[in-house]
Design a protein around this ligand. Structure first.
Ligand code: AMP
Length: 302
């Protein structure tokens, strides 16, 4: 099944304890669609400004991503600036410039409207809703968000969640959204807004998946080198949703495998700045790390 994503396509400036980059390719939809493109066909909806170079669009097209839904508008591309301390789990946002996203209203190309799987990547919940209004009865809708929108657009976000099957957010965002410190209690509160499945990303501690009463836990892959966590969440979501799009049956088995594929894609992404590691990734590497996850977590019962 093919997959539609709406989200940010951005210039990121990022500082980690291991280096610094200025205005490199980033954005939630960019990371998501690149990761998902290793599994399925992806159609991207976003807006870029006049300053966005063709070479970045060529990269997406080179990954087989349909960019008919990327609009080029007068103005500057979305920009995000963030910093990580040695505690790499959470970015400190230094600057967010919405720029062309401020006046953007998605108008989906005809070919996008019947896509069966939709991912609303981190972006203004008003735009997420506008996309949902234009797609025809998708089989599966998943969504991401962040503190910027939880704090600024809570009512619209809650409205969006009512139409969402799966929510994928990090632990800090889950606590903030639910106004509840305990993650199990927070999960119950959030699922009452709509999503039957909740995936809580916990950075280097892995991910927790709540599916009704069932909880599944996957670790993050123990890496020797973590260079830049930016985009880990979106790469997770891309691997997770990309894999689910290939499944005939979306049951608990498939969702658990999807969590591990998500963790696999996120683990590659953090090994380099921007999308540099995912640019050079091979299918055999994805398969072999997925197997390594199984070896990492398997044990005999007594
Ligand atoms: P993450 O996967 O959570 O590390 O997401 C990182 C990406 O999110 C960066 O490439 C940013 O460009 C993008 N981003 C940061 N803030 C926002 C925002 N308010 N809306 C949409 N995208 C954002």
């Amino acid at each position: 099944m093919s997959l539609l994503v709406v989200g940010s396509v951005a210039f990121d400036s990022v500082k980690t304890p291991f280096g610094e980059v200025e205005e490199v390719l980033g954005g939630s939809a960019t990371y998501f669609s690149t990761a998902a493109s290793y599994f399925t066909e992806v159609s991207l909806v976003a807006v870029v400004g006049e300053d966005f170079p063709e070479e970045h669009l060529d990269f997406l097209v080179g990954r087989g991503i349909n960019i008919d839904g990327i609009e080029r508008s007068a103005g500057r591309t979305f920009r995000w600036k963030g910093e990580y301390s040695y505690q790499l789990n959470e970015a400190k946002t230094l600057d967010t410039q919405l720029n062309v996203f401020e006046s953007f209203h998605p108008n989906l190309p005809e070919s996008y409207r019947k896509v069966p799987v939709v991912f609303l990547a981190n972006i203004d919940p008003n735009l997420q809703l506008e996309v949902l209004e234009q797609v025809e009865k998708p089989k599966l809708v998943a969504c991401d968000t962040m503190n910027f929108w939880i704090e600024g657009q809570l009512d619209t976000l809650i409205k969006t969640l009512a139409s969402v099957d799966i929510l994928i957010i990090n632990d800090g965002e889950a606590r903030e959204l639910a106004q509840e410190v305990n993650l199990v209690k927070a999960a119950k509160k959030i699922m009452a807004y709509g999503p039957g499945i909740l995936v809580v990303k916990q950075g280097e501690y892995g991910a927790l998946m709540f599916n009704g009463e069932t909880i599944f836990s996957a670790p993050a892959f123990p890496l020797e080198q973590v260079f830049d966590p930016t985009g880990a969440g979106d790469s997770f979501a891309g691997g997770f949703m990309g894999y689910l799009s290939t499944c005939n049956k979306i049951d608990d088995v498939a969702i658990r495998q999807a969590v591990v594929y998500g963790s696999t894609m996120a683990s590659f992404n953090v090994e380099a700045f921007s999308l540099d590691r995912m640019r050079a990734l091979k299918q055999e590497e994805i398969k072999s790390r997925f197997q390594a996850f199984k070896a990492l977590t398997t044990f005999e019962s007594i």
